[in-house]
Design a protein around this ligand. Sequence first.
Ligand SMILES: [Zn+2]
Length: 334
Amino acid sequence: MISRPDRDENPELVKLERVPCPLCESHSYYRILEGRDLLHGLPGKFEIQKCSQCELVFTNPRPTLESIDYYYPSHYTPHRTAHCSENISAPGGSQSRFRSALSRLGWFLYCNLDRKHSYVPISNRHLLFRGRTGVILDIGAGSGEFLNCMRTAGWSVAGIETSDNAVRFARERYGIELFQGKIEEASFEEHSFDAITMWWSLEHVHAPNDVLRASIRLLKPGGMIVVGVPNFAGIESKLFGSRCFGLDVPRHLLHFTPHTLKKMLQHNGFNVHKIYFDIDSMVIRESLRYVLREKQMNPDIMDNIFAVGACFVLGIVFAKLRRSGMMVFVAKRA
Ligand SMILES: [Zn+2]
């Protein structure tokens, strides 16, 4: 990794690499979009390509593994904040509690209106494991809040994270010691986990096939993997294009659709059992914030109670159409 002082002062040190399709390794792809870093405003334009063979959409060229750290400044949100409903009272104050309450209301409505339960809210993702315990590994554990929820629910927990800040946060706030590095470097015993989770992390990795192959070796027979990623086929993506919050270039190297994520999981030895679509309206809200900012309007109007409520309803509608901006796959070893 480039050291932080050099990284902050010299974006020229970022190296880009042009790669074949990260799923099928085809060199045949075509440009469908171009994006910028709208989250942190860091320099660079990034092309989004679609593979002609398997249809995977990916950022190409992309920052190399050695220089991608430049695009994760110390205030990068997933490395610092807590999302789980158990922890929601501390960092976000009344607004987070309000959103958590909306999320719980959505969960209640959905579970009572739709028996297929094709929805899981981000803030309640631990409920996917309700009634079960075991040993769980969270890859890309961020600040450790999900593992803290799972530990509270009786699970033995382990996590992997590359960010210094996130590892420190997890240790200081939750007393959880994450392995810092790549999954291939960790010394976990084979077939030792009942579940492996990847919450909004697979889209960040340079070699997704390697990560999934390593994961399958670590799972017990019958073990499950849960993968949550933005949905490039979601309505938000169609509406907002390069301004879609879920695109998040260049941190997101992969832009999955239900079709391509299923293909990647199957390619690496998993059978998909269930696909959930998240009703959390964050992608809608934050994409609209980007649009307002671009039009030099006040993006804070998205915090208005009516805007939050409208986005909440849209989130439910998009999820019911199975076209929301976030999706969660549950798969098992084939
Ligand atoms: Zn491909």
